[in-house]
Design a protein around this ligand. Sequence first.
Ligand SMILES: Nc1ncnc2c1ncn2[C@@H]1O[C@H](COP(=O)(O)OP(=O)(O)OP(=O)(O)O)[C@@H](O)[C@H]1O
Ligand SMILES: [Mg+2]
Length: 328
Amino acid sequence: MSLLKEFLSQVGEGYLLIDKEGRVVFGNEFMIKRGLLKEDFEGKPYYECVNNLTVVSCLAEATSEKRDRLCHFDHEEREYSLYVFVGSELTVVRFSDITELKRYERSRKEFVANVSHELKTPIAVLKSLLETLYEEEDREEKRAFLEKALKRVEDMRRLVEDLLILTKLESGEERIRREEVDLRLLIEEVFELLEPQAVEHSVSLLNLVEENFKVKGDWDKLFLLFKNLVDNSIKYNKQGGKVEVKAYTRGNYSVVEVSDTGIGIPKEHLPFIFERFYRVEPSRSRERGGTGLGLSIVKHIALSHGGRVEVESKEGEGSTFRVYLPLE
Ligand SMILES: Nc1ncnc2c1ncn2[C@@H]1O[C@H](COP(=O)(O)OP(=O)(O)OP(=O)(O)O)[C@@H](O)[C@H]1O
Ligand SMILES: [Mg+2]
């Protein structure tokens, strides 16, 4: 019995034994530490020493009906599930802390709700465009509707692609290569891809990375990382603004800075901008085609390289994103 008690005092779950008269014969340390059971419980009726009303009523129902039961309850900001196994001599009660599980479940539900919400609008627009197209006789008008429809399809394709890459990065499934990457060349290619957007917003792009500046990493992933940062720096810039990329070595890290002369990010939003679906002004960034996944992709690519991202920003003046990549 002492070995069993020793074991029960170490486990990460709560145990309570109640005799057939309803008196507590045993409660483990977990129960006392979590404030679920009074310390001088021995021989007392459970309703006098268990500190939670939901637990007491669950035990009362189980013991009076002589039926096993499963209940859930909150106690001191933690969530628990409670299993009552009613035996002929003893009732065994097990308490499991399900706070983390519930948190995970909530974030999963929130994620599904966000994705559905993001897809709902383009699907509705696409549907009405196609309905109008069906009735439309004029060739030019038809073409205009088709172009709008294609744009919506492209938005959805991008959303799904971003979600897939993010899910893979978060689960650690994505293989990260560690090769020598010529950073100046990589930034040059990012600029080439985003040139049309830069021209459209009258923003100039400056690659200040020195020649032969090498970082260790995965070309495709780093390309995606800097594409997202530069894309934001163009999108959230002012007419005639500037985007600069430079790189240097600090301690054991290569540091790559992407700075812009754009609208900046208000201080109170800074802690959240790397979260999935977070946008400072949802209506404004939606109009610029964003879903708020870009910076979480940036964060996860940096993390998967053993690095991190920092941001500094002043509203109305501009922002600097600093990516740290380990040298070794
Ligand atoms: N350089 C920047 N200047 C000002 N605001 C920025 C900048 N970069 C990001 N933000 C703000 O942070 C939010 C989150 O950025 P993120 O890249 O994750 O999303 P997005 O650009 O809206 O959408 P997506 O990147 O998925 O197309 C943006 O909506 C914007 O409000
Ligand atoms: Mg973005």
